[in-house]
Design a protein. Sequence first.
Length: 326
Amino acid sequence: MKSATFMYTAAIATFMAGGMQPAQAMSEAAKNFPDKPITIVIGYTAGGSTDIPFRVLAENLTGIFKQPVIVENKPGAGGVLPAMQLHNKKPDGYTLAQTPTPVFRLPYISKIDWNPATDLTYVIGLAGYSFGLVVPADSPIKSMKEYIDFARKNPEKLTYGTPGIMTTLHITMEAIAQDAGIKLVHVPYKGNAESLKAIIGGFVMSVADTPAWAPYVENGKLRLLSTWGEKRSKKFPDAPTLKESGIDRVQLSPFGLAVPKDTDPDIVKKLHDGLKQAMEKPNFREALEKYDMEPLYMSTQQYTEFAKNTTADEGKVLESLGFQKK
């Protein structure tokens, strides 16, 4: 599983060949859509690195659709609750759920009676999380090498927080530990608001998360040991990547929005077109940049294919770590 850019590069590369479809008459259900408020449900806490960009997106979409677009937070379970609940929602286009990468792990770690590859309708890909590992500024650990060395000398003593069990952050940290032959102690939280309070308060020794830690790194309370992209972060260029730190991994984690299966395709198209317009506004890019993220647009067709490929690939990743359910 080395040099793993999870479920991303190869899938994206196959998507760009699609052409425009012939114009068709719009369905009756779609003609007046939307004529009431729309809810976007996200799987992370209010005020965090996921919530803030989504609230900007919702504000933009409100202006486009001339209907309120509400962001609802349902944190916990590694960000998958919105998608799990979406499966039972009415397919009318008025409820959308964020679909982060952990959604595509569900068939391998949970007893569910539906398949994320086939039983949701994927609307649009929006952006990709960036990740990093931080420690308190007064920690004796100053690099990834020292982090691994500390864990090797102190088995099962080095704790790390994440937004939850089976999140991409949890999976990647365990993969790093497996590669290095070390044992870490995972401390799951409901979101980065909780995990950052924990590390600032001295309750956990490190945190792997999206750049919700950025303000604390900038004010000198936390030290950024590494970022996890292919290249160094634009916002934190002094922090090495995992590869530069001698860890042969790259971790990317795209996310987007889905609606229930069997939603009218014309409604899906309206949602896609409105969301694409909303994400192209400068304030959305600025909200993403605050957390060191960039827009990562995928059309409905591209995102649907991505979901299928990612669901298949996640099974291989979890099997290699011994995390699949028995």
